[in-house]
Design a protein around this ligand. Structure first.
Ligand SMILES: Nc1ncnc2c1ncn2[C@@H]1O[C@H](COP(=O)(O)OP(=O)(O)OP(=O)(O)O)[C@@H](O)[C@H]1O
Length: 636
């Protein structure tokens, strides 16, 4: 039967076009990707063969073989792993199963440097073959299929591929690359050997290369070949699973290369932690923190988690049970002797061993980040990529809250004096530099960084030189609700209705009393004019430069984002009634109070109140009315 022609999924065609362009400068990666796929296919079969040993009995030694054919310009990567049936080949090599692929492609900017980074994160795997090949043929036979049900899949990477049944003597897969003329260097043994050693030295399966071991002999006179070169299979990688080695014997370069094999990422990891634990529990964990956040970190649909090995046998990919959700960006593996080889995803969730391992691995991951935090530059890079995840951890993981809190970084009023927008202050820094008499940690959650910086609530803190942590991300309010205190110091929002500065304001009491006395009946007048628009009116102790501000009924006001979020989620958002605080020494308040016409004073009162709401919430209930009243007063 003739080969059937199929169209690639639209996303694949788009990706293929981009790939050839953007990854060419990094073309060596194709070999790593194909060797990694071969090794994954072998891992899958190794696992299946535990319960079905008959699957491997004809060909029990697992291997990956790489062979170049200079005359034909072909490079073949062969494995005796699980293989594919025709429908599997069509499904796996013709589509991209990852969720959000379209969104990912839409995200590409057209800037090659940036896009190749993104593509790297996406993990293009098999398709990287088209960086160096203008035609790719895959001959594969599933370990479950008979000899005549192998598949021949082929494509030039231009929108279509063909597939047909064929025969193959044993199980496994050949990926045959018909190399582009400019990729002919991948026909040289030494080049291939170097790439395999660099990227695949410590994968668990031997990789052999068809290598010239004795050069051809030529006749000295006429240079005719009298004895052809001798080739044989030579194992070129170490094939010792990296995590089984003694951490002291593993070089940084090896850890980095193994990370790339494991994750299909192109960039180096930011840090890693390799631990071998013996005793009551027996496990090895190798954890990595990537340098950049994957594009779908907050997608919620994409799986995450560690690779699980039991007694060195690969069992599961993306085993989520070993790390809490907020540490979903950690990559790596866990290998344990304490779980049975036939463990399933479902069983994992219920196993007490899993729970113990999760506890231990979480500690290891947090420990790794704590170590990273010693390097300010690296940690700043980490924080800007993954900070939001750690913020989730404060609420999600009460057992490790202390450790997570130590890893948080904040922008603060101190910081803002020097660097804009950076979040570099740890809680330990804050506490260490706070004056002795300060018993609280002050913070402000606002709608944006700019809104936080110019917030009237900060005025008295600025005047007194008290540092305030500034927060403006969606998650912040939620996070703060999960942080009652740090090292015995309670967190207090600077918008709290009962804000007490205690010792820090001990000299202010007298002055405040005087201000209140001088304010006379102004509070009463405003209260009367505003009626039940406000909860109350009082003289402020927190304002210095601004005329007025509003304070929520509860300790903390809902920020506008929080309101919007609750509204969007269809949750009832209570109409908030504010208390108006005024600064009687402000010229605007004085001007208002000098107004004798009560109708016009009512306009003043409204404007004073509404501008405070506007400054805090970014909006007022009746913007047009506000503008009208303001204009009337300005043009008087
Ligand atoms: N040598 C092989 N043997 C058996 N199946 C293979 C082989 N190479 C690829 N496949 C199948 O094709 C699928 C797609 O491979 P590809 O490299 O594109 O993505 P992946 O490995 O699943 O993802 P990623 O590269 O992002 O980790 C694999 O998941 C696997 O099912």
């Amino acid at each position: 039967m003739a080969a059937q022609v199929h169209g690639f999924q639209t996303e694949v065609s788009k990706l293929l076009r981009l790939l050839a362009k953007s990854l060419y400068s990094n073309s060596d990666v194709f070999l790593r990707e194909l060797v990694s796929n071969a090794s994954d296919a072998i891992d899958k079969l190794r696992f299946l063969s535990i319960t079905k040993p008959e699957l491997v009995k004809d060909d029990p030694v697992f291997s990956i073989r790489v062979r170049a054919d200079r005359e034909a310009g072909m490079l073949t990567i062969t494995d005796n792993g699980i293989g594919m049936t025709e429908s599997e080949a069509n499904e796996h090599l013709g589509t991209i199963a990852k969720s959000g692929t379209e969104a990912f492609l839409a995200n590409l900017s057209g800037d090659e440097a940036k896009d190749s980074q993104l593509i790297g994160q996406f993990g293009v795997g098999f398709y990287s073959a088209f960086i160096v090949a203008d035609r790719v043929t895959v001959i594969s036979r599933s370990a479950n299929a008979p000899e005549n049900e192998a598949v021949r899949w082929e494509s030039t990477g231009e929108g279509t591929y063909t597939s047909e049944l064929t025969t193959r003597a044993g199980r496994g897969t050949d990926v045959i690359l018909h190399l582009k003329p400019e990729a002919s260097k991948y026909l040289e043994d030494w080049e291939l050997e170097e790439i395999i050693r660099t990227y695949s030295d410590h994968i668990a399966t031997p990789v052999s290369l068809w290598k010239e071991t004795t050069p051809a002999k030529t006749d000295e006179k006429d240079e005719n070949v009298v004895e052809p070169a001798h080739y044989e299979w030579v194992q070129v990688n170490d094939a010792k699973a990296l995590w089984t080695m003694n951490p002291r014997e593993v070089k940084d370069e090896d850890y980095k290369a193994f990370y790339k094999h494991l994750t299909h990422e192109y960039a180096d990891p930011l840090c890693w932690a390799h631990n071998r634990v013996e005793g009551e529990m027996e496990y090895t964990s190798l954890l990595y923190c990537p340098a950049t956040a994957p594009w779908n970190l907050y997608d919620g649909r994409e799986g995450h988690g560690l690779k699980l090995y039991v007694q060195r046998v690969f069992i599961l990919d993306k085993a989520e049970a070993f790390l809490p959700h907020y540490l979903r960006f950690i990559r790596g593996l866990i290998d344990t002797n304490d779980l049975p080889l036939n463990v399933s995803r479902e069983l994992l969730q219920e196993s007490t061993v899993t729970h113990k391992l999760k506890k231990a691995v979480t500690k290891r991951a947090l420990g790794m980040l704590e170590k990273l935090a010693a390097d300010n530059d690296k940690y700043a890079a980490f924080w800007s990529e993954f900070g939001k995840c750690l913020k989730e951890g404060v609420v999600e993981d009460p057992a490790n809250r202390e450790a997570v809190m130590k890893l948080l970084r904040f922008a603060s009023t101190k910081d803002a004096e020097t660097e804009a927008r950076s979040a570099t202050v740890s809680l330990a820094d804050y506490v260490a530099r706070a004056p002795k008499e300060q018993t609280k940690i002050y913070y402000l959650v606002a709608g944006s960084y700019e809104a936080a910086l110019s917030s009237p609530y900060l005025e008295t803190f600025r005047k007194k030189g008290i540092e305030v942590l500034l927060l403006w991300e969606r998650i912040d309010e939620w996070m703060m609700s999960g942080m009652p205190e740090f090292e015995g110091k309670a967190f207090v929002s600077v918008t709290a209705s009962d804000l007490e500065l205690g010792e820090l304001a001990k000299d202010d009491a007298e002055a405040q009393k005087k201000v209140e006395e001088a304010a006379g009946d102004s509070v009463e007048r405003l209260k009367k004019a505003l009626g039940d628009k406000v909860e109350g009116v009082r003289v402020s102790s927190r304002l210095v430069e601004s005329a007025s501000c509003v304070i929520g009924q509860n300790d903390q006001m809902l920020t506008p984002q929080m309101r919007r979020m609750l509204e969007a989620a269809g949750r009832p958002v209570p109409e908030e009634k504010f208390t108006l605080e005024i600064n009687p020494s402000h010229p605007l308040i004085q001007k208002a109070l000098a107004e004798t016409d009560e109708a016009r004073f009512a306009d003043w009162a409204d404007v004073i109140y509404e501008q405070a709401v506007l400054a805090d919430q970014g909006t007022v209930k009746d913007p047009a009315g506000f503008v009208k009243r303001l204009n009337a007063l300005l043009t008087k």
